[in-house]
Design a protein around this ligand. Structure first.
Ligand code: PEP
Length: 254
């Protein structure tokens, strides 16, 4: 982390976990534990929990994220949620391009780019997820693959709009598997992503960009990962469902 250049952000991704009553209990337990955070804290909750989460986090240091959004403002898109629906609730962030969305719901870089543009145009901050599969890592194409995702997903995003983008590097083989990338592996790819941003937008934009690591980050390994120069925070799945563990990770980001 280099907080003199860019903000540190720890974001929880609850995925499809917690009913509204469970969400209420978890947020109630979490808020006091993270209130003195020196980084930005975000929780990404299921759509049905967004109104409650926004209400409970209002006036606190915790921001709320949705886990996806559509690119259109409204219309015949059954089951979808627009960026405008999110902002009206008080949602400030949206996680886009999570590998589970790409793998299980067929999201492509093309549709993701439309979501990114629509979300930014609506005033949301985007946490854009990229990352390689185990096969790609073993074939030694991680850096090229991740840069390709960054380039495709950020097409037509201006330098001004980029200020509202966080990139989360999430190796697919490390998500929910308990297999964390080593701090060196994670640092290498986050550094590569920063170089890719520099080639597209210049050094100043790259230096100012928050790049997170995600993939089995937990209370035990967060401090080492976050001590790396180019890792400015974390996107946390499983460990964000336990308030004390999440709070330990937040505390490590200082
Ligand atoms: C995630 O869902 O983005 C994630 C990193 O999950 P986990 O921390 O459980 O690996």
């Amino acid at each position: 982390m280099n907080t003199s250049l860019r903000p540190a952000v720890i974001a929880g991704n609850w995925k499809m976990n917690n009913t509204p009553s469970q969400a209420q209990a978890l947020i109630t337990q979490m808020l006091p534990l993270v209130k003195d955070a020196s980084c930005q804290v975000v929780i990404g909750v299921p759509f049905v929990n967004l109104p409650l989460a926004c209400q409970m986090c209002k006036g606190t240091n915790v921001k709320v994220a949705a886990q996806n959004c559509h690119w259109e403002e409204k219309g015949a898109f059954t089951g979808e949620i627009s960026p405008q629906m999110l902002t009206e609730l008080g949602v400030e962030y949206v996680i886009l391009g999570h590998s589970e969305r790409r793998t299980y719901f067929g999201e492509t870089d093309e549709s993701l780019n439309k979501r990114v543009l629509a979300a930014l145009n609506a005033g949301l901050k985007v946490i854009l997820c990229v990352g390689e599969s185990l096969q790609q890592r073993e074939a030694n194409v991680t850096n090229e693959f991740v840069c390709m995702q960054v380039k495709l997903d950020l097409q037509n995003v201006s330098e001004e709009m980029l200020k509202n983008v966080i990139i989360a590097y999430e190796p697919i083989w490390a998500i929910g598997t308990g297999k964390t990338a080593t701090a060196q592996q994670a640092q290498e790819v986050c550094k590569t992503i920063r170089a890719c941003i520099a080639s597209l937008y210049g050094k100043q934009a790259a230096d100012g960009m928050t790049i997170q690591y995600g993939g089995s980050m937990n209370a035990g390994n967060a401090a080492e990962l976050l001590s790396q120069e180019d890792i400015d925070g974390g996107l946390i799945g499983g460990a964000s469902l336990k308030a004390p563990d999440f709070a330990t990770i937040v505390a490590a980001a200082k």
